[in-house]
Design a protein around this ligand. Structure first.
Ligand code: SAM
Ligand code: SF4
Length: 333
């Protein structure tokens, strides 16, 4: 088994990007992520410890992973989040996080010390009342101020916004205008189906609809298409003269599976070869039994489908309604 082979799938895609969920818990309750009646949390004993996270991450890095993203749940509410970040920063990887931004201000010094330069922060509405409705918590001001703080502190900040029809699709231009005087990178994410999130196609705001809205508000010559890197999940744009950019993540209407380089590790130590796969492979049990986890990683990568876990058409995708997949909060977005 050579170093790079085990992370290369049957379609030649090299998986050098590991997303680790640190916790299934969260201080927000976003309706599209957390089911209304909550989730059954894994017993604490089934959640990876700090040492186990490092050991598994190191195995991936030894096989060729060069980028690690910490996510959740809300990664920063885990008690030993700081310790985990410091330990993972000792690996030769680009380390980054996706956070809801509520307590991110308390981590700024640590991020700088650990060489973290970019962060994704989720914010779905610029209206405090709507924000409360979607997150079922009242932290809009805090998150908004924290985004501005991160920018002032020199971080490359991407703002993740899940668009939902009739809820926040009238804010597309307001979000883009945030990038006028701030070097912010807004990313509109198509609403995706997961267990218990009431997804249906009518709520989805598609790539095409987002672009039509942009085209109706700006002159064609003002909308600059930026080049996307081979593994990018986004289609990126900039309005002429704006400091920041905006992008669209079209996992539903226009999947980007050809360049997929991601593998996901859930907080309870399972790996998923695709966000939309209902299958998981347990790494934690064999690790605790002292067995090698590399053969399981290899098998999981080898069994990856070409497109969206086999849902290669929009029709097949629509039919699942997310019921074959656990909720996003427990996978790690
Ligand atoms: N708590 C952190 C946060 O909110 O950024 C990290 C975890 S969250 C699950 C990661 C990302 O997944 C967020 O940007 C969130 O908006 C996105 N997400 C969650 N559920 C989604 C869904 N149903 N469709 C599209 N994106 C979703
Ligand atoms: Fe929490 Fe993030 Fe899910 Fe919102 S999207 S409930 S902040 S994990």
């Amino acid at each position: 088994m050579t170093k790079s082979n085990i992370l290369t799938d049957t379609f030649g895609r090299k998986h050098n990007y590991l997303r680790i969920s640190l916790t299934e818990r969260c201080n927000l309750r976003c309706t599209y992520c957390m089911p209304a009646d909550g989730i059954t949390l894994s017993p604490k004993a089934h959640i990876m410890t700090y040492e186990e996270i490092y050991t598994i991450a190191k195995d991936f890095v030894d096989h060729g992973v060069t980028k690690i993203r910490l996510t959740g749940g809300e990664p920063l509410i885990r008690k030993d989040a700081g310790q985990i970040i410091e330990k993972l920063a000792s690996l030769p990887v680009q380390l980054t996080l996706t956070t809801n931004g509520v307590i991110v201000d308390t981590f700024i010094d640590l991020f700088k010390k650990c060489g973290i330069k970019t962060l994704n922060v989720s914010l779905d509405s610029l209206d405090a009342t709507k924000n409360k409705e979607i997150t079922r918590r009242n932290y809009f001001d805090k998150v908004y101020q924290n985004i501005l703080l991160l920018v002032r502190e020199g971080f490359h900040v991407k703002v993740n916004c899940v668009l939902m029809k009739g809820f926040n699709d009238n804010e597309i231009i307001d979000f883009i205008n945030l990038s006028k005087n701030l070097p912010l990178h807004v990313r509109f994410i198509e609403f995706m189906p997961f267990d218990g999130n009431q997804w249906n196609m009518d709520k989805l705001v598609s790539l095409q609809e987002i672009l039509s809205e942009v085209n109706s508000q700006f002159e064609e010559t003002e909308i600059i298409k930026l080049e996307d890197a081979p593994n990018d999940t986004t289609k990126s744009y900039q309005i002429q003269g704006y400091q920041g950019t905006f992008a669209i993540i079209s996992s539903v209407t226009n999947p980007f599976c050809d360049g997929c380089n991601r593998i996901r590790l859930t907080a309870n130590g399972q790996i998923k070869n695709c966000l939309f796969s209902s299958k998981e492979s347990d790494l934690l049990t064999p690790l605790r039994e002292g067995k090698s986890i590399s053969p399981i990683i290899q098998k999981t990568i080898q069994s990856k489908f070409k497109i969206r876990s086999g849902m290669d058409t929009l029709d097949k995708f629509k039919k699942t309604d997310g019921h074959n997949n656990r909720s996003m909060i427990t996978i790690g977005g």
